[in-house]
Write a protein that binds this ligand. Sequence first.
Ligand SMILES: Cc1cc2nc3c(=O)[nH]c(=O)nc-3n(C[C@H](O)[C@H](O)[C@H](O)COP(=O)(O)OP(=O)(O)OC[C@H]3O[C@@H](n4cnc5c(N)ncnc54)[C@H](O)[C@@H]3O)c2cc1C
Length: 451
Amino acid sequence: MDSLNKLPVAVIGAGPVGLAAAAHLLKRGLEPLIFEAGPAAGAAIEQWRHIRLFSPWRINIDAASVRLLEAAGWEAPRPTALPYGGDLIDQYLAPLAALPVISPRLHTGARVLAVTRAGLDKTHSRSREAAPFIVRVEHADGGTRDHTVAAVIDASGTWHTRNPLGTSGLPATGEDAAGTWISAPLPDVTGRDRASFAGRRVLVVGAGHSAANTLISLAGLAKEEPQTRILWTVRGASAGKVLGGGDADGLPARGQLGSRLRRLVEAGTVELHTGFGISSLTARAAQVRVAAVDGRTLDVDVVVPCTGFRPDLGILRELRLDLDPAVEAPRQLGPLIDPEFHSCGTVPPHGARLLAHPEQDFYIVGTKSYGRAPTFLLATGYEQVRSVVAALAGDREAADTLRLEFPGTGACSTDAGTRGDDPAVPTAEPAEDSCCGTPEPVLVGLPNQAV
Ligand SMILES: Cc1cc2nc3c(=O)[nH]c(=O)nc-3n(C[C@H](O)[C@H](O)[C@H](O)COP(=O)(O)OP(=O)(O)OC[C@H]3O[C@@H](n4cnc5c(N)ncnc54)[C@H](O)[C@@H]3O)c2cc1C
């Protein structure tokens, strides 16, 4: 980046990892230019502000960001407390984004449409590394402008690109046209989104813990609104994975969640349909008909897609990436996090070297760096950006000295980014079942409410 060091470094996304990247850039005397598609920092987390994190405050905050905050009189929350998504925004991200060093550099309502090299498309190699990047951004005023930058850190997450309902990785026939019947992936069914679910016939799709949590929340809603009907489909022949081993589950919180859900299924509160690979969605008057590959159909008012997430690689089409063909993470990282084989706690700390692409000075970090794998942790992302920024600043030694030490908390057992469903065809033992024998809560999205 030497010859370009008068230019800013673009950061795509003002989630926790994007803001941490900005804090590290400032610490290194580099100039961040942050583009956030949503109306404020933490826009993706805003969608799940009602969900409690499974990791405590002490590993949810970034050291460089904390330095900036503390210099402005911020008081850290209790380190061992488990925040809700909303707490992460209100007590950490919003104050960080409002700091005078961050706020003028943060452009909200600014959606990155594409990234490329100035004057060069993907096929041109000559002098490529000497050319600055162009980041094309659609701004809140409706204008689209090109920004010239020295380097790009893509921390844009995966929240906006959920996996489809259909089998084989493709949308079901009619899925795109059925958007009005499909909710957000983690709706707040007893709070903000209650009106869309109360007294309705609701279908939850997926076999991960997001599905389990949503089903349990819906059961709570059904107690107050008895007309509410709860249906649940999984692709696999059994929902055993999410129903868990009850008291024998190695993870107490997970076992508890599975046991609660099992009771709801046995009581008929939740109507479970196994082996239900979705083939099509068709409008039926006010309802939508969801058809399975084997011909079964369910007519419902709303579908909750707990099917996981995947990265949006479209904005990076003009860049030379090197991605793992299965997981869509940087190639060297892919095998370390592949949810089909990875047992959590085994992801070694990693930084700039592992995250590098053939496109020099371009990095994907944060949850997007895990591609389709569901096991990302904020602590991992903070170490990623510390290392990446050190590399951009030319401090190779700091970039290669990896410092992350995972505390004894479970690092995965999240389906936040997984396929969220058991494949019908048996595969290797999935990571969700094999990881993290830890005493701490490890569930993503365990709403703190009794059912
Ligand atoms: C329900 C849930 C619970 C989780 N619980 C935990 C937990 O307990 N502990 C833990 O460590 N991790 C947890 N995670 C995983 C992960 O830490 C979070 O997803 C975290 O938000 C990832 O941070 P990020 O900055 O990488 O991405 P995000 O928080 O998703 O931020 C990305 C930002 O980029 C913006 N953006 C997207 N596209 C564009 C674009 N084209 N242009 C500009 N901006 C764009 C988005 O609006 C968003 O604000 C959880 C995830 C989920 C979904």
